[in-house]
Design a protein around this ligand. Structure first.
Ligand SMILES: CC(C)(COP(=O)(O)OP(=O)(O)OC[C@H]1O[C@@H](n2cnc3c(N)ncnc32)[C@H](O)[C@@H]1OP(=O)(O)O)[C@@H](O)C(=O)NCCC(=O)NCCS
Length: 113
């Protein structure tokens, strides 16, 4: 599946999830056809790039994507994916603001940050 995300520096990004060909059908060019179709979708929607997550332990897939021209944003550009888990979000959502000046309008941040 795919969906679109947005990077303020480069624009629309097509994001791939679960790019997968059933084992017995691999090596027949299906992956390449899927990537071609997805690239056509990306181009028609004026995407700046295509992104996806690959576990570094999945060397076969890493090799496949490198073979297709992909590069690793973590090692090549220093980007790492971070997650704030649900509990952390809940804690942050109720955390008392310490340094927020009293003079700031109370509704600042509602859809503006
Ligand atoms: C990666 C995957 C989608 C490739 O699909 P596929 O249908 O087998 O690939 P294709 O038959 O279209 O291969 C296309 C090209 O890539 C090459 N290729 C395939 N696997 C490769 C690999 N592991 N390393 C390097 N090149 C590879 C093929 O040789 C072919 O090149 P060619 O056109 O020059 O001959 C498939 O192997 C797969 O589903 N793997 C598991 C996916 C997975 O782990 N997903 C989760 C992480 S995203």
């Amino acid at each position: 599946m795919y969906y679109f995300t947005y990077d303020p520096w480069i624009g629309r990004v097509i994001f791939l999830e679960d790019f997968y060909v059933v084992k017995s059908y691999r090596g027949l060019g299906i992956g390449q056809e899927l990537l071609k179709k997805l690239s056509q979708v990306a181009t028609s929607f004026h995407c700046a790039c295509m992104q996806f997550l690959v576990n570094v332990r999945n060397q076969k897939s890493v090799d496949y994507y490198v073979n297709c021209g992909g590069f690793d944003l973590s090692s090549d550009a220093g980007w790492h994916l971070f997650r704030l888990a649900k509990d952390d979000l809940s804690n942050l959502a109720i955390k008392e603001s310490k340094k927020f000046p009293e003079s700031c309008p109370k509704d600042l941040g509602q859809g503006q940050v």
